[in-house]
Design a protein around this ligand. Structure first.
Ligand SMILES: Nc1ncnc2c1ncn2[C@@H]1O[C@H](COP(=O)(O)OP(=O)(O)OP(=O)(O)O)[C@@H](O)[C@H]1O
Ligand SMILES: [Mg+2]
Length: 238
């Protein structure tokens, strides 16, 4: 459990706009251990989504020779080409967003199996695994349904299953319960936590469960994590 899955150091991010620059991250650093659950809290506009997008290679930090985003099994993500980063995202990182981001024209099995299509070596049993994950999140009786035929909480369960389909090492969740009522939100978090821990069994692999990095405004959710960090003035504080 003590090995680091991610070690990010000296991340800076400034948005340059015609009206002036906004410095959002200012020497942001974060280490996450294998299987660890970390919550990031902070005021609206403090840069939580920006940080998650950079850690997940969806956005780039400012150019700075000191910046390192070391993904243990890969190396420094900031040095990789866009194609390689896309592959790493598909293979090693699961994403859960506040607004689900599901494909409306596909049924939920195909939605969950979709990240498998981005792999270099696709798993021929991805659909079977998608079905197993959907059963595990309580949607085994809705497999033929499309996302818009489901409630918000059900759609987020699909997104959780999708985040786990490729057995990632890290899950990045940006306010995963932000659009849900408190009870539904808590149920989603319980599913995310328990399924992450059970993933090696479901996938029949010896891998460690994924680490979770969750941005949340909800104290109860943050308290379910091993550590709570506050993003303030561009850096994380205990
Ligand atoms: N693409 C962008 N262009 C310019 N400014 C941006 C961009 N994305 C974010 N910002 C600015 O960066 C700051 C941090 O935004 P970010 O979305 O990371 O905050 P957040 O902590 O996730 O907020 P919230 O809790 O409301 O989701 C904000 O001031 C925002 O206006
Ligand atoms: Mg945000």
């Amino acid at each position: 459990m003590s090995e680091l899955v991610l070690s990010a150091k000296h991340i800076f991010k400034t948005y340059k706009l015609p009206s002036g620059s906004i410095k959002v991250l200012n020497d942001f650093s974060l280490d996450i251990k294998t299987g660890e659950h970390v919550a990031i809290v902070g005021k609206s506009g403090s840069g939580k989504s920006t940080a998650l997008h950079i850690l997940g290679t969806l956005d780039k930090p400012d150019k700075c020779s000191d910046t390192i985003i070391n993904f243990a099994s890969v190396g420094d993500l900031t040095k990789l080409s866009e194609n390689r980063k896309a592959l790493i995202r598909a293979e090693k990182i699961g994403f859960v967003f506040q607004s689900y981001h599901l494909m409306p024209e596909m049924n939920i099995v195909d939605n969950v199996a979709l990240p498998n299509m981005a792999l270099k070596k696709r798993n021929p049993f991805a659909k079977d695994r998608a079905v197993a994950l959907l059963e595990a999140v309580g949607l085994g009786n809705r497999l033929e349904h499309k996302p818009l035929e489901l409630s918000g909480g059900e759609q987020q369960r699909v997104a959780v299953a999708r985040a786990l389909i490729n057995s990632p090492e890290l899950i990045l969740a940006d306010e995963p319960t932000g659009n849900l009522d408190p009870a539904t939100g808590e149920a989603i978090l319980d599913v995310l936590f328990s399924l992450s821990c059970k993933l090696p069994q479901i996938a029949g692999e010896e891998k460690a469960p994924p680490a979770l990095l969750i941005v949340t405004h909800t104290q109860q959710i943050a308290e379910k994590c091993d550590r709570i960090l506050n993003l303030e003035k561009g850096i994380l504080k205990q």
